[in-house]
Design a protein around this ligand. Structure first.
Ligand code: MG
Length: 256
């Protein structure tokens, strides 16, 4: 069931998502060679808690896996999503790292992700980041009231393929609001004009996961990797579909 949000619920979602965006900004100067991903996770837990929120990923359960152990997902290089932070995962110059953050504040959820370069990265890696970010932007622009979910999927997929890259199989965006994951799913691969109709008051997380070499994925517990070991990037915004068009909620600063 797709839950529409009232204006007062949207206010709460802005507040939860603002914490996500500000934390993703705060990581920028921290992402350096020599830093391990557990340090980033510890910083995130402290940051979210000090802002009155709860790290929404910590303890998250899906059937068949232990509860997710961390506040952030940290996915390095061929890691696509759901990477588990570890003191053993030490960033090196030229790496890329996707960080995904979820926050619950006052009963409402925020979710966002960004992929960062560590030091100087290859041209191919930079192109991957640029393409994935643009794919997210195009997906957001397609999220107009009365459009359909497939319009978002098509905008993302057709642009990514036009750039020679691939959307990762079986990994999708989602509705969000009173729960971290609500209906509908927002696939990154799909046909325009298909799927549920988008309505004013819907809140969704759009999140292209883009691989350089293949759409195929391999799983190890929580963690997803590209099947061919090529690089993968992930950018995500939570948005509100307002009567006048999409509003990005994962933005820093006063956005009331
Ligand atoms: Mg998400």
């Amino acid at each position: 069931m797709i839950l529409l949000k009232s204006p007062s619920e949207i206010v709460k979602m802005r507040a939860a998502n603002r914490i996500v965006a500000e934390l993703l900004d705060a990581f920028v100067p921290m992402i350096k060679a020599g830093v391990n991903t557990l340090e980033l996770d510890e910083y995130a837990t402290k940051y979210i808690t000090q802002r009155g929120g709860r790290p929404a990923f910590k303890g998250y359960t899906v059937s068949g896996l232990p509860p997710f152990p961390a506040a952030i997902c940290a996915s390095v290089n061929e890691g696509i999503v759901h990477g588990i932070p570890s003191a053993k995962t030490i960033l090196e110059d030229g790496d890329i790292i996707g960080i995904d953050v979820g926050v619950e504040l006052d009963g409402y959820f925020g979710d966002g992700a960004r992929t960062y370069g560590v030091g100087s990265i290859s041209q191919a890696a930079q192109k991957l980041l640029d393409v994935t970010k643009t794919a997210l932007q195009l997906g957001i622009e397609a999220a107009q009231p009365n459009a359909r979910v497939g319009d978002i999927s098509h905008a993302i997929q057709s642009y990514v393929r036009s750039q020679g890259f691939y959307c990762a199989d079986n990994l999708t965006g989602h509705g969000i609001g009173r729960a971290l994951h609500e209906d509908p799913q927002i696939p990154n691969i799909g046909q325009a004009g298909r799927g549920p109709r988008l309505k004013a008051g819907m809140t969704i997380a759009i999140e292209p996961m883009v691989n350089i070499g293949t759409n195929r994925v391999k799983e190890r517990g929580w963690e997803f990797f590209t099947a061919d070991g090529s690089l993968s990037a992930h950018f995500e915004h939570t948005i509100h579909i307002s009567a006048s068009g999409p509003e990005i909620l994962t933005v820093a600063g006063e956005n009331q």
